[in-house]
Design a protein around this ligand. Structure first.
Ligand code: GDP
Ligand code: GDP
Length: 455
């Protein structure tokens, strides 16, 4: 019962497309029977389309690849979602929510022969909130006489309605031209730089923790400067480093080599550098100097990495200075100051002696794997179902909020969306995150959990 109203594989397909694929994603939304599926079939050029004359028909796939004017993108057909179970408004709202999560642009299909209904208005409101570009399709304009119906849809406030006959193909070319304008040119770039190529590592930490020593130790002379941003005083450079049989890109390493003397404002610039490196990186290796107590500056840098949504490894450097007493205090400091990032792989290293250098790459790889983990929707919901049955949300004001359904909306880092019948308390959300980690790993990665309340 927890999954009513959704087809797990469909949702998986939708979000999988946005989470992984390099192609931009277009979502086609609208009320039942306005012609969404007909339009999708038109866009993907599949004439022998399976379109049934009955609302609520569940199709087995919803994501397709399409091409127009030499540009490829993915199309998500939300037409098959089961409005029978949710009710029409809820079903349309769910489409919009998925569009928010998964799409780069949205086509809203309205039946021009019917005109704008309350449901259409409601979905417009939802779409507005997303800030995603919306192209308005006035469908079922089969001939010139329908153009007037189309013009009526200016009232929706979405700009020009594009008259289309999805059935006969009339106007679909113009519509697709608009769609291409709305879609991002290149794949959405959440990490800066291009996707693919060597994995990008930010080696960060407060001044003097040993960043440049570590880089020299692991890479020695095999560093290759690949990129310098000329004209800036700090000249950030990316360097390619051979490690564990692979090539890694250490980003913004000039900031590492240039020793920051504690001039005024040095902290500020150090933190700007850290932010810039994180922006370009996929994984952060945060160095901590174990010869000194863990400081606010250390925890601030870790927080920056987590907030940037990067995979995280914590390297405790200068381990050669370790003695029993310091060890005792360090473990306590970790327990109190770094409890939030218990999930980060830990390596105890010494840039001076080379201790445990070989453990760095496996730790980075573990963190990246966690960062890219995708839980199939079916498995996630089986897990959520059991969890909710065994540990229901506490009753509040006579009501008990229930998780109806969940899905992983993306990776790098993993993002989850839970649909619930009421507000979920922070404590309960933390509990869910903890259990998700126990169940699925997610070592070395932050997790985002968002909850959508459905009345
Ligand atoms: P969905 O529920 O929004 O996916 O709508 P469908 O694509 O299943 O279409 C619903 C009905 O409208 C079907 O009977 C289609 O043949 C019909 N239809 C779709 N597009 C057009 C169109 O451009 N003109 C006309 N006259 N009928 C259409
Ligand atoms: P950065 O500012 O983070 O790049 O730090 P550096 O690499 O310049 O190192 C700062 C100081 O710590 C230097 O004097 C290093 O020799 C020293 N250092 C770096 N790594 C280690 C280590 O593993 N053990 C010890 N004992 N000293 C280290």
């Amino acid at each position: 019962a927890a999954q009513e109203g959704f087809e797990a594989e469909e949702v998986e397909g939708v979000l999988g497309a946005a989470g992984h694929g390099p192609l931009p994603v277009l979502a086609v939304v609208g009320r039942p029977n306005v012609g969404k599926s007909t339009l999708v079939n038109r866009i993907i050029g599949r004439r022998e389309a399976v379109v049934e004359d009955r609302p609520g028909v569940t199709r087995d796939r919803v994501t397709y690849e399409a091409e127009w004017a030499g540009r490829r993108f993915k199309v998500v057909d939300t037409g098959g979602w089961e409005q029978d179970v949710l009710g029409i408004d809820a079903s349309v709202a769910a489409q919009a929510e998925f569009a928010i999560e998964a799409a780069d642009a949205v086509v809203l299909v309205v039946d021009a022969t019917v005109g704008a209904t309350d449901t259409d208005e409601a979905v417009v409101k939802l779409l507005r909130r997303t800030g995603k570009p919306v192209v308005l399709c006035a469908n079922k304009v089969d001939g010139p006489s329908g153009e007037a119906d189309s013009a009526m849809l200016w009232s929706l406030g979405l700009g020009e309605p594009h008259p289309v006959s999805a059935l006969h193909g009339r106007g679909t070319g113009d519509l697709l031209d608009e769609v291409l304008k709305a879609l991002p040119e290149a794949p959405p770039q959440t990490f800066g730089g291009t996707v693919g190529g060597p994995r990008r590592v930010a080696l960060i930490g407060r001044p003097n923790v040993g960043k440049s020593s570590l880089l020299n130790k692991i890479a020695g002379e095999e560093r290759v400067v690949v990129d310098a941003l000329a004209g800036t005083t700090r000249d950030p450079v990316d360097e390619l480093v051979e490690l564990g049989g692979k090539t890694w890109k250490f980003v913004d390493t000039a900031g590492i080599r240039r020793r920051v003397h504690l001039a005024e404002g040095a902290d500020y610039y150090a933190s700007l550098r850290t932010a810039a490196a994180l922006e370009k990186a996929e994984v952060a290796v945060v160095l901590i100097d174990v010869s000194e107590p863990i400081s606010v500056q250390d925890t601030r840098i870790i927080t920056m990495a987590v907030d940037a949504g990067r995979a995280l490894v914590i390297a405790y450097n200068k381990w050669d200075t370790m003695d029993e007493e310091r060890r005792y205090y360090l473990e306590r400091e970790i327990e109190t100051d770094l409890v939030q990032v218990q999930w980060a792989p830990r390596v105890n290293v010494s840039a001076r002696t080379g201790r445990h250098m070989e453990k760095l790459v496996p730790a980075i790889e573990t963190a990246l794997a966690g960062w890219e983990t995708r839980v199939p929707t079916g498995r996630l919901n089986a897990f959520l179902g059991e969890l909710v049955a065994a540990h229901p949300h506490p009753i509040r004001g006579g009501k008990q909020p229930r998780i109806l359904f969940g899905t992983q909306a993306g990776t790098r880092p993993p993002r989850f969306v839970l649909f619930a019948s009421g507000f979920l308390e922070a404590g309960y959300r933390r509990f869910i995150e903890r259990r998700l980690r126990e169940e699925f790993g997610f070592e070395g990665t932050p997790i985002h959990l968002s909850v959508r309340v459905r009345e």
